[in-house]
Design a protein around this ligand. Structure first.
Ligand SMILES: Cc1ncc(COP(=O)(O)O)c(C=O)c1O
Length: 386
C-alpha cells in the first residue's frame, strides 16, 4: 500500500508544537512528526472508541509477548515477557531509575550535547549529574560526535547510573557495538547501572542497523534497564505508553516498587496503540516513513551544504533531528533567537542540550518536504539579509 507523507493534518488546532508558537512562526522544534499516525493504529483506536469502554486497562500478557517478539525479530534479542514493565513515558522511565538507584552523593552520567530532559533529571530527582561530553569532530562542513572514553572513564567513577541516549538526540548517532561494549565494560567495572533510552531506535535512516546495548552480552543485560516505546517511530507520543526491560530480577523488583509507590499508570489508548505498533501491522508504513525521512535528511544536508558554507551539520543515522553548528556566524544573541525573530522559524536552542550546544540549533525534519523547504527558505532569507 502506498503511503503519502506529503500531506499533513492541520496541527494548529491542538498540538503543542504548533499552538505554542505565534501563528506566523513555523515550528520545527518539539520532537513529534507532522504526519498522521499509521492507518492501522488509527483503526485500532477507532475500534477502541466505538466499543465505548474507556475504563482502566492493564497491560496484557499478549502485549508483553508482542514487545518481546519484536525485539527478537529486530535484533535477535531474546527477552522474556516477564522482564517487561510499563511506564507512561521514557522520560518517567529514566527518572524512576534515577530515583531508585541514585543517591545524593552518586548520581547519573550523561553525554552532552544531549536531550534537554536528561539535564532536568537532576532537578526532578534531586540527584547530582556528572557530564562526559561527546567529542566534536569537524570534517569540512560535516560534524561528527564520538565518545570521549577518558572523560567517560573519569565520570563513571562518580556515579551509580549511566543515562545513555541511543540513537542520540540531538546528534542523530547510532553507537556501534564496539563503542557500546567499551562503554558497558567501563560501567560493569565501576558497578554503574546502564539506563538506555532507545526511544528513537526504530527511526533508522538509510540502511543503518541498531543494536540495543543490553543485547550485546548476558553481563551487560544483567546491568541494564532498556527503555523503548512506539511513540517516536509510530508518532503516537501523546498516548503515553512506554516499556522498561529489566532482566535482572532484583533491579526489576526495586524499580517496580518505585512505580508502585508513585501510583504510576499508563493510558488505555496507549496500550491499544502499542499493541497495534508492536504487532507489525504498521511495518509497511514505517518502511515508507523511513524512506521519506531519509529523503528529508538528504534534502536538508544538500540545502545547507550548497547555500551555507560556514554552517556545519551532522548526517543523522537515525531520528528526524538535524544538528546545526552556527558558531562560525555571528548570530546574536543566539542562532535560536535569530531564526525565531528574523526567519519566524522555531528551532530548538542548542544551549539547552549542554554547554557545548551553545551556538547550535536542532532542526526537526519530521514534516512534509514542502514545509521543510518553507522553513529552510525562511532561514536562508534571514541569513542573506544578515
Ligand atoms: C531521547 C528522548 N527520550 C525521551 C523522549 C520523551 O519520551 P516520552 O514522551 O516517552 O517521555 C524524547 C522526546 O523527544 C526523546 O527524544
Amino acid at each position: 500500500m502506498p503511503y503519502s507523507f506529503d500531506q499533513t493534518p492541520n496541527r494548529r488546532l491542538s498540538s503543542a508544537k504548533w499552538t505554542l508558537v505565534p501563528k506566523d512562526v513555523l515550528p520545527m522544534w518539539v520532537a513529534d512528526m507532522d504526519f498522521s499516525a499509521p492507518p492501522s493504529i488509527l483503526k485500532a483506536l477507532q475500534k477502541f472508541a466505538e466499543h465505548g469502554d474507556l475504563g482502566y486497562q492493564l497491560p496484557s500478557t499478549k502485549l508483553y509477548e508482542m514487545v518481546a517478539a519484536r525485539l527478537n525479530k529486530l535484533y535477535g534479542w531474546k527477552v522474556s515477557p516477564e522482564m517487561i514493565l510499563t511506564v507512561p513515558g521514557v522520560n518517567s522511565g529514566y527518572n524512576i531509575a534515577a530515583r531508585t538507584f541514585c543517591t545524593s552523593k552518586k548520581g547519573y552520567l550523561i553525554q552532552p550535547p544531549v536531550y534537554n530532559e536528561f539535564h532536568e533529571t537532576r532537578r526532578k530527582t534531586g540527584v547530582p549529574q556528572v557530564e562526559a561530553p561527546l567529542a566534536k569532530k569537524i570534517y569540512g562542513n560535516r560534524l561528527e560526535f564520538e565518545v570521549d572514553f577518558d572523560a567517560f572513564q573519569r565520570a563513571a567513577k562518580q556515579v551509580n547510573l549511566f543515562l545513555l541516549c541511543n540513537p542520540h538526540n540531538p546528534v542523530g548517532r547510532i553507537y556501534s557495538p564496539a563503542e557500546l561494549s567499551r562503554m558497558a565494560e567501563i560501567c560493569l567495572r565501576n558497578n554503574v547501572l546502564i539506563v538506555s533510552d532507545e526511544i528513537h531506535s526504530e527511526l533508522l535512516l538509510d540502511n543503518n542497523k541498531f543494536h540495543p546495548i543490553a543485547s550485546l552480552s548476558r553481563e551487560i543485560e544483567e546491568q541494564t534497564i532498556t527503555l523503548v516505546s512506539a511513540s517516536k517511530a509510530f508518532n503516537v507520543p501523546g498516548l503515553f505508553c512506554a516499556f522498561a526491560i529489566i532482566q535482572n530480577q532484583k533491579l526489576r523488583e526495586q524499580y517496580a516498587e518505585t512505580v508502585l509507590k508513585m501510583g504510576i499508570h499508563v493510558s488505555s489508548a496507549g496500550l491499544v496503540a502499542s499493541q497495534s505498533a508492536y504487532s507489525g501491522s504498521c511495518d509497511g508504513w514505517l518502511r515508507a516513513l523511513r524512506k521519506y525521512l531519509t529523503g528529508n535528511r538528504d534534502f536538508v544536508i544538500e540545502y545547507v551544504t550548497k547555500r551555507w558554507p560556514q554552517v556545519r551539520i551532522t548526517i543523522p543515522q537515525a531520528t528526524y533531528l538535524a544538528w546545526l553548528d552556527f558558531t562560525q556566524l555571528d548570530l546574536e544573541p543566539s542562532p535560536y533567537k535569530f531564526f525565531f525573530e528574523k526567519a519566524k522559524v522555531a528551532l530548538v536552542d542548542g544551549a539547552i542540550y549542554g554547554e557545548n550546544g551553545k551556538g547550535h540549533v536542532r532542526l526537526n525534519f519530521g514534516t512534509s518536504r514542502r514545509i521543510l523547504k518553507q522553513g529552510l527558505d525562511r532561514m536562508n532569507r534571514a541569513l542573506k539579509s544578515h
